[in-house]
Design a protein around this ligand. Structure first.
Ligand SMILES: NC(=O)c1ccc[n+]([C@@H]2O[C@H](COP(=O)([O-])OP(=O)(O)OC[C@H]3O[C@@H](n4cnc5c(N)ncnc54)[C@H](OP(=O)(O)O)[C@@H]3O)[C@@H](O)[C@H]2O)c1
Length: 343
């Protein structure tokens, strides 16, 4: 009886392994080619969005870049327009629902289809909670939650027309684990992560696959665009240092490749960067310990709040002092960031 039972268990295990192999194989063989598919990337003019655009263009997709600054978009289009690549640009503020609807209408008018949207546009303001303004929370939620929602609602009728289509939402490890000095940012990114998980469940039946990307810090050259409040210089120096070293941040092009690959495989979640995966695992498995660690960082490492209101200032306007040598102008140029002419 015991031997019979063991054999049955082995048989069941073999059957399960076989079924998984067939399932995995069939998913692989059904991997979509991006050739000729239309992909819209918000915030595609620079940084991670620019890297994602390059990845999609390399795979034969027709790419639309959308952002607020026309000059950066034009430069991105010039740099991405390699032989065989079709790249378009559109000036839009994703917080403006009607403008987003016009953007989607323009894409569809041109190609008659839309296969994927990448909600990547983002802004960061770093400060202690006591120096955060309500406007920081509004800006983050408008950009990281309402913007993607406008894009998704405008695009969905067109995405549903395709047998397989994609929504790729770029949240952050800050949308999974609360990071000190990033309260507004995390609020917006957590909202986007939650929305992504619900849509994942509801839209898969229509062939619309939602992939949530939650990368850790990346070397996108974007640190100059970050805004800070409180002890401006100290805040800027910490942020610049953490987002520049290979120990604390990752290669942005590699992260972009992982995201595009995960979307193609219809993965629910992709978390580029071992640092992010470690932080997420620690927070899930040992939340109290993680909380204690983050509390120590907040109290002992990061700058204190300053009394009274503190204006927001761009990192690019501040003296980075000891952190300056860590920040690479080469990286900034590679990711189409605005680089001051003096550097
Ligand atoms: N860098 C990191 O370490 C890191 C880590 C995790 C997650 N992320 C996320 O990855 C995404 C890209 O970050 P990044 O480092 O590449 O930043 P970035 O270089 O500053 O690029 C942000 C892009 O978003 C656009 N954008 C911002 N607000 C917009 C709006 N209201 N409407 C339309 N476009 C808007 C910007 O263009 P305009 O200013 O011209 O509009 C720009 O093209 C963001 O969502 C960010 O939160 C970044």
């Amino acid at each position: 009886m015991g031997t019979h039972h063991t054999r049955s268990l082995w048989g069941l295990a073999a059957l399960t392994a076989g079924a998984l192999a067939v399932f995995h194989g069939s998913r692989r063989s059904r991997l979509p080619s991006w050739q000729g598919r239309v992909v819209l990337i918000t915030g595609g003019a620079r940084g991670l969005g620019f890297a994602l655009a390059r990845c999609f263009a390399d795979r034969g997709a027709i790419v639309w870049l959308a952002a607020r600054h026309g000059d950066q978009l034009d430069r991105a289009v010039d740099r991405l327009r390699l032989p065989g690549a079709e790249i378009h640009a559109y000036v839009v503020d994703v917080r403006d629902r009607e403008a987003v609807e016009s953007l989607v209408a323009a894409v569809v008018a041109r190609h008659g289809r839309l296969d994927a949207v990448v909600n990547n546009a983002g802004v960061i303001t770093a400060m202690p909670f006591d120096n955060a303004e309500l406007s920081d929370f509004a800006e983050s939620l408008d950009t990281h939650f309402w913007g993607p929602l406008h894009v998704i609602r405008a695009a969905l009728p067109w995405l549903r027309r395709q047998p397989i289509s994609h929504i790729i939402n770029v949240s952050s490890i800050g949308g999974r684990v609360g990071v000190p000095h990033l309260a507004p940012y995390c609020a917006g990114k957590f909202a986007l992560a939650g929305l992504s998980e619900v849509l994942r469940a509801e839209l898969a039946g229509d062939g619309v696959w939602v992939t949530l990307a939650t990368p850790g810090l990346m070397r996108t050259g974007s640190v100059g665009n970050v805004r800070v409040r409180g002890d401006h210089v100290a805040e800027a120096r910490w942020f610049a240092a953490l987002s520049a070293t290979p120990l604390t941040s990752q290669h942005a092009m590699r992260a972009a490749g992982e995201i595009v690959m995960a979307a193609g495989r219809r993965r629910a979640v992709v978390m580029p960067g071992w640092q992010a995966r470690l932080q997420h695992a620690a927070n899930t498995l040992a939340p109290e310990l993680t909380a204690a660690g983050l509390q120590a960082v907040s109290r002992r490492v990061l700058p204190n709040a300053v009394p009274g209101p503190s204006p927001s200032r761009a990192v690019s306007d501040l003296d980075l002092g000891w952190a300056a040598p860590l920040v690479s102008a080469v990286t900034a140029r590679a990711y189409n960031q605005p680089v001051p002419s003096a550097s």
